[in-house]
Each structure stands twice: as C-alpha cells, then as structure tokens.
Ligand binder design. Structure first.
Ligand code: ADP
Ligand code: MG
Length: 321
C-alpha cells in the first residue's frame, strides 16, 4: 500500500505517490476527468479566507528542506492569482530568496536602510517584472549577519508599515524564515498570524518540525499547515521513505501540499525562475500551485491509501498471462 494525497482540488495526476489497481483504460479516463476538473477549478479565482493582510511565516526548523523554494513559488502563484504579495527574506545570514526570484541585481536598498531612515519603504521593495503585484523585501545586504538591534519588534514595525502603505495593504505577507530555533527564527515568527511548516519525509526533519510546531503554538500561532517536500514514490514503495500519511500522523498537522522530488526545482532555482512559471507545468510546480490555492482558501488536503497493483501471476507472466 502506498499513500497519495487528495484534497478539494484534484491531486496532480501521476504525482507519483501511488498506483491504482485499475486497468490502463480506466486510468486514462480517470486522468482526463481529473484534468477537466482541474481546468474548471483553475478557471475561477480562489476566495481569500481571513482578513488582509495574511501574514504567513514559512518555516521548518531544519535547513535545506525547501522553505525558500516554497516561499518563492507560493509568492509567485499568489501574485498570478491576482493577490498582492510582499515576500520578506528574513533569513538574514543566508539570504537567497532574491536569487530564487531572479531579483538579486535589483536589490538596491534593504529593510536596514529603511529602519535607519536612509530610504523610504517603497524604495526597498523590489517589484517583480513578471507579476508586478509581487514585491520582495530583503532585511540586509548579502553575507551580513543579523544586524544589531534587529528583532521581532523591528520586523513587526516593517509589517505594520506595509499594512499602512498609501497604495494599499497587501493581501499576503510571506516571511521566509531562517533555519534553527534561535534569534532569527523568533524574529521571523513574531509578526506572523499563521505558518506554513515545510518538512521532508525524514526523521531529522520531522523531529525539528515537531519542535518548531510547539514553539509556534507557544507564540500563539495556531494556524499551522504543513507542506511535505521532496517526496519520492519509488522510495515509499520500497519502504525506504516515510509515507505522507506517516508524516501527518507524526506531526498531526493539516496538509497544505505534497511536493515530489523534482530535478526541475533545482534548475529553476539556478535560473531564478520559480518553477510554477514553467510551461508545460511539472508535477512539483502543480503541487505548489495547488498549495497556494489551499493557502488562499484556508483549505487542506487528505493523505489517503490506495491499493498498489499486485504482481501478475500466471503460467507465462512475461507474456502477460
Ligand atoms: P531552505 O530554504 O529550507 O534552506 P531551499 O528552498 O533553499 O531550502 O532548498 C534547498 C535545496 O533543495 C535547493 O537546492 C532546492 O533547489 C532543493 N529543493 C527544494 N525542493 C525540492 C524538490 N521538491 N525537488 C528537488 N529539489 C528541491
Ligand atoms: Mg532558505
């Protein structure tokens, strides 16, 4: 048995998390009806649940699990869905959200200059040229440490300033959190009302995610959803990787999305071109797009079990007997 995940939106077909025991014909029919449903769903705009701005911190505990990838792609998807988004790179020491969004050459000012009164807030916001309702705010110049005196209060001041901008309060403020649970993490979660917890299906990442969940709850962030990233169906089938259902049982959090391991993610990272913009879309890109929809509507998905095809038995198995 393997685990796939479904939700209000159809799971991307061939997400690679499981194989049904139906015939090829039935699979094809089901796939095409899934695609039609997807088209119908995606022809409408998701309705924003909750009040504006939704301040969402993308966190994990462990480093390298995909926080920045998720922030860049969710931000791009939300902007494409016509929401105004400000993505804040709060990973001060290892800033790279600008790279993933391909905006690194356009960052002239950062939040530090705003706080020091050296520039206006709108000068530090870098507008994406592809989707102009997506803006990036970096805290500091690359390779700088967390600036002295910069903490939760300063980030909350910046978020409040974004809310009061003359050209309108953004719909979403996404905060890309640094790894770990020290000062940088505390700073990043301070202004947030909700969290997206990114985890990979391995025991170290899960332990850190569990610890982070506890800390978020202590900080009164109760709306926490998780994205399980870098899922490999072949390893789940071989029982070498935890299934999504196992992860959900361990963390007990609602599921925002399941993103498969995909080499296209690495290519898109290196090109500064978020995967969700890729045409034709990839499975990981679709999964991230679906996660963005669920985030808007405060929806979640379910991990379900699907019977795997049993190996054929017969007199001449190699002839399909
Ligand atoms: P974090 O911000 O948590 O440190 P990143 O988003 O920087 O993590 O991702 C770390 C690395 O993992 C990057 O090289 C990224 O391209 C890669 N990565 C993230 N998600 C996936 C995925 N689903 N498939 C393949 N590679 C991924
Ligand atoms: Mg990062």
């Amino acid at each position: 048995m393997v685990v796939v995940a479904t939700g209000a939106l159809p799971a991307p077909t061939g997400l690679g998390l499981g194989r049904s025991s139906s015939s090829r014909e039935r699979r094809r029919t089901r796939r095409s009806s899934g695609q039609i449903r997807a088209v119908l769903q995606w022809n409408r705009r998701p309705e924003l649940a909750g009040s504006r701005p939704r301040v969402v911190v993308v966190t994990s505990g462990k480093g390298g699990v995909g926080k920045t990838t998720v922030t860049a792609n969710l931000g791009m998807c939300l902007a494409r869905l016509d929401f105004s988004v400000v993505a804040i790179d709060a990973d001060v020491g290892l800033r790279n959200l600008d790279l993933l969004l391909g905006l690194e050459n356009r960052v002239n000012y950062t939040a530090m200059e705003v706080l020091n009164g050296e520039c206006r807030l709108d000068q530090a916001l870098v507008r994406d040229k592809r989707w102009t309702n997506l803006e990036l705010l970096c805290i500091n110049k690359p390779r700088y440490k967390m600036p002295m005196g910069f903490g939760g209060k300063a980030l909350t001041w910046l978020v409040d300033a974004l809310k009061q901008r003359p050209d309108g309060c953004p719909d979403f403020i996404l905060i890309d959190c640094p790894a770990g649970i020290d000062a940088g993490f505390i700073t990043a979660i301070t202004p947030a009302n909700e969290a997206v917890l990114v985890t990979t299906p391995d025991i170290t990442s899960l332990r850190d995610a569990d610890r982070v969940t506890g800390l978020l709850e202590c900080d009164d962030i109760k709306d926490i959803k998780m994205i399980v990233n870098r899922v490999r169906s072949d390893m789940i089938k071989g029982e070498d990787m935890m299934s999504v259902l196992d992860v959900q049982e361990m963390l007990g959090l609602p599921l925002l999305g399941v993103v498969p391991e995909d080499s296209e993610v690495i290519k898109s990272t290196n090109r500064g071109y978020p995967l969700v913009l890729k045409k034709p879309p990839t499975l990981a890109g679709l999964a991230l797009e679906q996660a963005a929809w669920r985030l808007v509507e405060k929806d979640s998905m379910k991990a379900v079990l699907i019977e795997e095809t049993r190996p054929k038995r017969g007199f001449l198995p190699f002839m399909g007997g």
